[in-house]
Each structure stands twice: as C-alpha cells, then as structure tokens.
Design a binder for this molecule. Structure first.
Ligand SMILES: Nc1nc2c(c(=O)[nH]1)N[C@H]1C(S)=C(S)[C@@H](COP(=O)(O)OP(=O)(O)OC[C@H]3O[C@@H](n4cnc5c(=O)[nH]c(N)nc54)[C@H](O)[C@@H]3O)O[C@H]1N2
Ligand SMILES: Nc1nc2c(c(=O)[nH]1)N[C@H]1C(S)=C(S)[C@@H](COP(=O)(O)OP(=O)(O)OC[C@H]3O[C@@H](n4cnc5c(=O)[nH]c(N)nc54)[C@H](O)[C@@H]3O)O[C@H]1N2
Ligand SMILES: [Mo]
Length: 759
C-alpha cells in the first residue's frame, strides 16, 4: 500500500480503477449483507430502479448500463447492512455511554428499527409507539408560544415529495424556520448566481460537457465526492478538451483516472490523464485568481478585440463598466499576494481560457465555504460572462451539488427565505396565509436555541449535531431544547446529544421498497443538472416497524395542525397525489406524474441557460465587488504572536459527510486513522515539527472563546505554505459560530485561522 512520502500525496496509480473496485468489494462484503447490496447496486440509477444516494452528479449511462462508482457502492452497502439498533441495543447502552462513542462506531451499529423516546429521566432511550411519538410532537409544538420557536431542519437526501409536505406542514403551522444542509454547503452558489443571473441553479446540462473545449474545476475533489464526474471529465479529456484544476491540494482523482467502466484501462492498468493543467492557489485565493484572469483579458483586449464577447456583454449584461473599473483598479500585487500564484501562472490560465471557445466552470466546497464565497461565485460568473460563456451550448456555470436531492429540496420549498411567488401560490392553493417573515438558517438556528428562543428541533435526516460548527456551543444549543426529534436511518451524534426529551423516528432508506395503502410508491429527485427523475427502492425494509419519511411527516402534521387545510393521510397514501399538488403550485412541474413515468425523467428548464435573466433589470449583472481587504491569516496575525495557519476542513475518501465508513483516505496515503493534519514542509521546519508528531490545533479568534482539538498527527503534504487541512467533522469544534460567509451565513469551513502546539 502506498504510504505518505516526502511532501507528496503518493498514490501513484490512477484514481478509480482496481483500487476503487477492490475498495468497493471490501465495502460490499463488510456491509454484512452483500447479496442485498449487490442486488441494490444493479438497480441504482436505472429506469425503474432508485436514485443513487451517493451524490447529485447527473446521469449519463445508457439504459441497461450500470454506472459503477465507489461512492455509490459504499452508500448502498452502508444502508443495506444486516446489523440492527433495536430496543435491546438501547437497553444495553445508556445515553451517557453512547455519548463517548465516536461517529464511526455509532453509525456502524446498524439500522434503526423502531421509534425510541428519551424522557429526560431515565438514562436510556425506551420504546414508544408511533402514535405516542406523534402525539408527543404534536403536543410539544402546540404548546409553543410562537410557531417560530420550532425548527424544521432538512438534510438533502429527502425526496421532493417528503420535502414538499414538510414545508407545507411547517408553513401551515406558521413558520419559515427551515434551516437545511444547503446553508452549510452551496448556499453561496444559489445566492451569488441569483444576484448575477436571476437563477440559483447551474446552467449546464450533461450534453454541454461533451461539447466544451475547456472545463475548469474549482475547489472540488470529484475523485472522492463525485466519482461519476470523473467519467465525464475522462471522456472530455479523451476527445481533446482541456481540463484545468484549481485546487489547494493536488488531488489524485483530478490528475489521473482509470475508469472501472473501461475494460482497456482496467486490463492494462492504465489511466487517462484528467487535468492537463493544475494550479494550487492559497485557501480563499480563488477570487484573486479570477480577478487576475479578468485583468489579463482586459489587457489582451487592448490589442485583440476578440478576447471579450462584446456583443453578449452589450446585449445581455448590466454594470459592465463598473466591473471593468473594479478590475482595473485591483493591483497585481494584491492579486498575486492573495492567490499566492505567480503572474506567469495566472497569465497561463487566462490564455487557456481565451484560447477555448466554449468553457464550463464547475465548483464545490473549496469555493463556497469562505467568508467571501458569494463574491467569489459572482466573480466566477463575471469571468464566464466576459466571453459569453453562459447560455450557449458547451458552456456555463456548474455548482456541483452534494446531497443527492439537495437541489430538489430547494425547488419544492425548503427555504428559510422563500420567494414571494411561491408563498402566494401556496396561499391560493390551500386557502391560508403562509408566513412572510424570513425564517432561521442553520447558524441562526443554533443562536436561537442558545438564546432559549427555539425550543423544538425536528431533523428530517442528517446529523445536525455533528455537521454544524462550534461543536461545544451547538451541543449546548440542542441540550436546551424541550424536544429534539430525529427522522433517521442510522444512529448518529444527533441521537445522543439531545434536548431535554428526544425522539428517534426510524425511516425507510432510498434503497428500500415503500409500500403505502395504494401500493408501492416511487419518489422523485433533482440532480445538479436540473434533471428530475423517479426512484423506487428494491430491498425489503430493514424492519417491519419502519415508516416512510413521507408518512412520518404526514402524521406529525396531523397531530399538530389537523386535516382541515390538507388531508395529510390521503396524500401520504399515494405519492402521485403529492406530485399533483406540486404541479398545482409550481408551474415548471406541469404534468409531473406523466413526465416522471417515462424513462429517465425530465429537465427543469434553466432560464439563464436560455439567456433569460430573471433579475430586477432583466439583464445578467456583473458584480463589481472588491477583493477582500485581507484574507483570514492576515487579520489573525494581528491577534497573536504565534505562527498563523489557515485550516480547511474536508472529506476523506472513506466518509459521507458525518457518516464515517472507514478510517482510510487511500488517495492521500492515510490508512487506519482520521486525526491527521496535512501540512507543508516549510511550515513543519518553521515550527520544528516531525512527521507523525502529535499536535493540538487552536483557533485564533477575538471572542475570548477557547477552541481546540488535540492529538492530531502531523502528515507532511504537498499543500501551499501557510495552509493546512484536516478532516471534518472532527475539526468542527474549531469553527466559530460567528465565522460565516458574508451575505449567506455559510460557516467558513475552508478557512479557519489556527495555530498549532506540540502535545
Ligand atoms: N464520498 C463522498 N461523496 C460526497 C460527500 C462525502 O462526504 N463523501 N459529500 C457530499 C456533499 S454534501 C458535498 S457538498 C460534496 C462535497 O464535495 P467537495 O467540495 O469536493 O468536498 P470537500 O472534501 O469539502 O473538498 C473540497 C475540495 O476543495 C479544495 N479546496 C479547499 N479550499 C479551497 C480553496 O480555497 N480554493 C480551491 N481552489 N480549492 C480549495 C480541497 O482541497 C478539496 O479538494 O460531496 C458530496 N459527495
Ligand atoms: N467542518 C465542516 N463541516 C461541514 C462541511 C465541511 O466541509 N466542513 N460540509 C457541510 C456540508 S457541505 C453539508 S451538506 C453538511 C451535511 O450535513 P447533514 O446532511 O446534516 O449530515 P449527513 O452526515 O449527510 O447526515 C447523515 C445522517 O443522515 C441520516 N440518513 C442517511 N440516509 C437517510 C435517509 O434516507 N433518510 C433519512 N431521514 N435520514 C438518512 C443517517 O442517520 C446519517 O447518520 O455538513 C456540513 N458541515
Ligand atoms: Mo454538502
């Protein structure tokens, strides 16, 4: 097995390939229900099968062909496990004991099987009937002095059907408090793109990837997080498109990939070079880099008028002059300092950009989890617009979503700041008045619980306690609630860090058959390319006592607001009726049931993709934001005498967010452990650190709150000087609740100022 060597991530063979097959096989076998997992795998992303819960990448496979992906295999095997967390488990382990377990051990215990109640008196969860559970929820919600004392959290795996019912329930109850995982994820993409283009979604379809001349991948690690995207990039690379990676780390998957779907590459142990060009800016340096590209374009335009698409700019854009002014007044010194790249490198990137007619920019968390992430997203769009790379075949902006239906959740109303037109449509359809006051996002929800204002927390999936920042304060926040409710498939931190009373409501997973009184149901989801398609589980449910998320939400609603406005039970008995409701409220979903019944689903037309701009002035708008005055390491220097480093918190290859599948990070050469700190040789020398040494990582902040994590092992790595990296969620105790992105509230998970100290 490759081990970390001097300053290099060491995985010398291509990403994917036999390594991925071997790892997938291992996960299938370890799943303790291999046959069930394999059966499920064969149905993933197939017509009539289910949508892979792995990620939100689009689907390009022809009918009948299985798109193999290690990520999907792991997610499916994880759900299909034969291990069970039932009443005997909760009898054996007290809450106090379970609190000491790590995240991996909690989830590995197996599937939840029956509703459980923690009454705040005994130290053990006890069984409770579904009926009792719903009446506890209904009574607790009805007792609140304002509906805004309730929080309705959603994680992006929820289907369109359940998400729609959930938001309808919350709004009839009277609140817009819908914090969701998106607040911590692609929020900046939605906000930035809406301001610039009038739509918060990507403008690219799968077809565009086969036509682009160049694809720039910013701040994203598809080898681990969107492996099927590597298949798309590989095909593009093979037909001669340029792939340019902009990433703080040299990620293996972005360098070379062996497609498990390609017999030739598998047999001959070869791979395809993915990125012909790879640039490693400083954490948070992308906006400066993009500004540098724009500056090069304006300089080149002086002697070559074809560099800018002036026809597009004149016809479609607003505020171009202000943007040009902002670019011209940004100094090269500042650009080079913040990006930490040389002028030659930036010129090289600009030249690749101008020599390609059709260009796609993709991005993920390396862009969205910084203080200036909205401005950076808008700068990505600015640079695309300079050459008319929006709304033309083979071009566009592509924020690559995380959870498999996080985009769909927003489309059907999971939004703490809902558009007025949507609320008006709800009012008209259901003859009530939906609340207009904006609700709380994820971070604001934590503040509200801490202040004793929010008192009931309901989580539709996810793992709020572990995914959110400032762990100690988040735990305190949850503990102050009167009631916390988790609708989940597997045991996690949020079940053991509870309110004064707590409920676990176990639900069916994506891979399982959902039977309601009208028969077997399918659900629908939307991927990153705005394709909506249906999904029907294939496996027998993990327990006879499980309920579908949809029926759980319907019964919570019944117990709380009754059926005078909506007949919840009728809707949850037949999901085609819920889709009919969505059709009635959202015009883009007309003929929803007919459309999903046929083949691979339907496309929700993106107006910006047609060059229709739903902005106030009906134009695409250039943003003239200035570069940040200082990046975080500069401002932190004023607070300490210690050496300041910027920490990014990221995913290993063996995890799905807070679900830790295993302890390896194969492509980065880490095996059997997770508490590691990737650091540059020069920074190690400066602080006399040796490979393998243990350190304490401390946050530098000005709020007098001490935040630290201990016993992290130093791993010498190829990472820009001054930048370090470590895995999430172990590092969430370091992220101050107050450290959020401007204009969007996403925690700055990719730039925390820290110092380190030997243990
Ligand atoms: N297997 C697996 N698949 C997943 C997930 C998972 O946990 N496991 N999570 C899902 C979810 S919810 C999401 S949101 C996506 C996340 O997908 P990613 O965004 O790929 O996830 P991260 O691990 O956070 O990786 C961030 C990447 O950006 C780089 N980066 C960090 N900061 C910067 C920066 O300032 N500039 C640049 N240019 N690069 C930077 C990092 O080096 C890393 O390669 O994946 C989804 N798919
Ligand atoms: N430091 C740091 N923190 C981060 C990030 C980071 O990069 N760094 N990334 C952020 C991002 S991008 C995201 S999206 C969030 C993720 O935040 P969440 O979406 O809240 O967290 P997950 O880990 O995806 O949730 C896992 C749990 O979901 C439940 N689950 C799984 N499948 C199902 C299902 O089908 N139905 C139901 N009801 N439950 C199910 C299981 O019980 C499992 O334990 O974390 C954020 N937090
Ligand atoms: Mo995410």
């Amino acid at each position: 097995m490759p081990k970390p060597s001097k300053n290099n991530p060491t995985y010398s063979t291509p990403a994917g390939g036999w390594g991925a097959l071997r790892s997938s096989a291992k996960h299938l076998i370890r799943s303790e229900n291999a046959i069930k997992s394999v059966k499920a795998l064969l149905k993933a992303n197939q017509p009539g099968g289910f949508d892979c819960p792995g990620c939100a990448w689009g689907d390009s496979a022809k009918a009948g062909k299985i798109e193999f992906c290690e990520n999907g295999v792991k997610a499916i095997a994880w759900e299909a496990t034969s291990k069970r967390v039932d009443k005997s488990f909760f009898k054996a382990f007290s809450l106090t004991q379970l609190q000491q377990w790590d995240d991996h051990s909690l989830e590995k215990s197996g599937r939840l099987t029956e509703p459980m109640f923690y009454n705040g008196e005994s130290d053990h969860y006890q069984t409770v009937s579904w009926e009792e559970a719903f009446s506890i929820i209904g009574d607790s919600l009805k007792k609140l002095s304002s509906p805004n004392e309730a929080l309705f959290y959603t994680s992006g795996r929820a289907s369109n059907e359940v998400a729609y019912l959930y938001q309808l329930f919350g709004r009839i109850f009277g609140t817009n408090n819908f914090p969701d995982c998106s607040n911590m994820c692609h929020e900046a993409s939605g906000i930035g793109m809406t301001k610039s283009l009038g739509t918060g979604k990507g403008t690219v379809t799968m077809g565009d990837f086969s036509k682009a001349d160049a694809i720039f991948v910013f701040g994203q690690n598809p080898g681990t997080n969107h492996p099927r995207m590597l298949g798309t990039l590989r095909k593009a690379s093979l037909r001669g498109a340029k792939i340019v990676s902009i990433n703080n780390l040299k990620e293996r998957g972005l360098q070379k990939f062996s497609d498990p779907q390609s017999p030739k590459e598998m047999i001959f142990f070869t791979g395809t070079k993915i990125s012909q060009h790879y640039f490693t800016p400083r954490l948070g340096g992308d906006m400066a880099l993009l500004r540098g590209i724009a500056k090069c374009l304006f300089e080149q335009y002086e002697h070559d008028k074809s560099v800018l698409d002036t026809a597009f700019i004149n016809e479609h854009c607003h505020d171009f002059e202000a943007y040009q002014q902002s670019v011209l007044s940004t100094s090269w010194d500042k650009i080079l300092d913040q990006s930490n790249l040389s002028k030659e490198e930036i010129t090289q990137i600009a030249n690749i950009y101008t020599s390609s007619n059709k260009v796609i920019f993709t991005w993920a968390m390396g862009i969205t989890q910084h203080q200036h992430s909205v401005a950076t997203v808008r700068e990505l769009v600015n640079v695309l617009m300079l050459r008319g790379n929006i709304g033309k075949v083979g071009t566009g902006a592509c924020p690559v979503r995380g959870h498999s239906n996080v985009q769909g959740n927003r489309t059907v109303g999971i939004n703490e700041k809902p558009p007025l037109a949507f609320l008006d449509a709800l009012d008209e359809r259901y003859n009530f008045t939906a609340p207009r006051e904006y609700g709380l996002n994820t971070v604001d929800s934590i503040h509200s619980m801490l202040a004793g204002k929010a008192k009931v927390f309901i989580g539709l999936g996810g793992n709020f306690a572990a995914a959110t920042p400032d762990t100690k304060r988040t735990y305190n926040a949850l503990r102050q609630c009167d009631l916390t409710v988790q609708i989940s498939t597997k045991l996690n931190r949020s079940h053991v860090v509870t309110g004064k009373r707590a409920l676990i409501l176990p639900c069916l997973g994506r891979t399982e058959i959902d039977r309601q009184t009208s028969g077997e149901q399918c659900i629908t989801v939307e991927d990153s390319m705005s394709m909506v398609h249906s999904s029907a589980g294939q496996n027998e449910p993990a327990s006879r006592k499980l309920r579908s998320e949809t029926s759980i939400v319907a019964e919570m609603a019944m117990a709380t607001v009754g059926s005078s406005i909506v007949d919840w039970r009728k809707l949850s008995s037949d999901y085609t009726l819920i889709r009919q409701e969505i059709s009635n409220v959202l015009p883009d979903f007309s003929h929803y049931n007919t459309k999903v019944a046929s083949g691979r689903g339907f496309y929700l037309q993106n107006p910006a993709g047609l060059r229709q701009w739903r902005t106030p002035m009906k134009k695409a708008i250039f943003s003239d934001a200035k570069l940040p005055k200082q990046l975080i390491h500069e401002s932190a220097k004023e607070l300490t005498n210690e050496s300041v480093l910027t920490l990014q918190t990221l995913r290993s290859h063996d995890q799905y967010n807070t679900s830790i599948y295993g302890m390896d990070d194969r492509y980065r050469g880490v095996f059997g452990e997770r508490k590691v700190l990737f650091i540059n040789t020069i920074d190690m020398k400066k602080q006399s650190l040796k490979n393998g040494e243990l350190v304490k990582i401390k946050t530098i902040s000005n709020d007098n709150v001490e935040r630290s994590v201990s016993n992290f092992k130093i791993v010498e790595y190829s990472i820009p000087e001054g930048c370090v990296a470590a895995y999430y969620p172990e590092t969430n105790p370091l992220v101050p609740l107050e450290s959020t992105a401007n204009d969007c509230g996403t925690p700055t998970y990719k730039s925390i100022a820290v110092s380190i100290e030997k243990m």
